[in-house]
Design a protein around this ligand. Structure first.
Ligand code: ATP
Ligand code: MG
Length: 124
C-alpha cells in the first residue's frame, strides 16, 4: 500500500535511493506471511522528507535490532530466509551519503517499520 502526496519531490540520486528502498521492501516481503501488509508512506515538512516502510510481518528480535545494519549480519532467528546480510548496510550507506538518517522500530510477531529522514536541500 502506498500513501503520500504525489507532488512531493526529494532531491537525491534517484537510482541509489530506489536501491535503498527496494532493499527494505524486499526484506519486508521476505519476513511477512502471505496475506500480510507492507506500506510505504512519505511526507514532507519544510525541513525534512520522511519515508516510512512498514510491515506486519514477524518482526525483528530485540537482540538483532542493534546489529541489522552491520555487514553480513543475519539473524539466527531468520534462518528460513536466505540472504547475504548486505541489503540494510547498503541502504544505510546510501541514506547517509544523502545526509539522511535511517532508523528501525520493531516488535516480535507484530511487525517492523523503517524510517528514512532526509534534510531538504535549500539554496540558502
Ligand atoms: N522487515 C523485516 N522483518 C524481519 N526481519 C528483518 C526485516 N528486515 C530485515 N530483517 C532482518 O535483518 C537481517 C539483515 O537484513 P539485510 O537486508 O541486511 O540482509 P539479508 O536480507 O539477510 O540479505 P541480503 O539483503 O543481502 O540478501 C535479515 O537477515 C533479517 O533477519
Ligand atoms: Mg535483505
Amino acid at each position: 500500500m502506498l500513501s503520500g502526496k504525489e507532488d512531493i519531490v526529494l532531491s537525491c540520486d534517484a537510482l541509489w535511493v530506489s536501491e535503498a528502498i527496494s532493499n527494505i521492501v524486499k526484506n519486508a516481503l521476505e519476513h511477512t506471511e502471505n496475506g500480510g501488509h507492507i506500506g510505504v508512506k512519505w511526507s514532507q515538512s519544510p525541513l525534512m522528507t520522511q519515508i516510512e516502510i512498514s510491515d506486519d510481518g514477524k518482526g525483528i528480535h530485540p537482540e538483532d535490532l542493534y546489529n541489522i545494519f552491520k555487514r553480513f549480519y543475519r539473524s539466527r532467528f531468520s534462518s528460513d530466509v536466505h540472504g547475504i546480510g548486505l541489503g540494510l548496510p547498503l541502504a544505510k550507506s546510501i541514506v547517509e551519503a544523502h545526509g539522511g538518517t535511517i532508523s528501525v522500530t520493531s516488535s516480535l510477531g507484530a511487525g517492523t517499520t523503517f524510517t528514512l529522514n532526509f534534510l531538504n536541500i535549500t539554496d540558502e
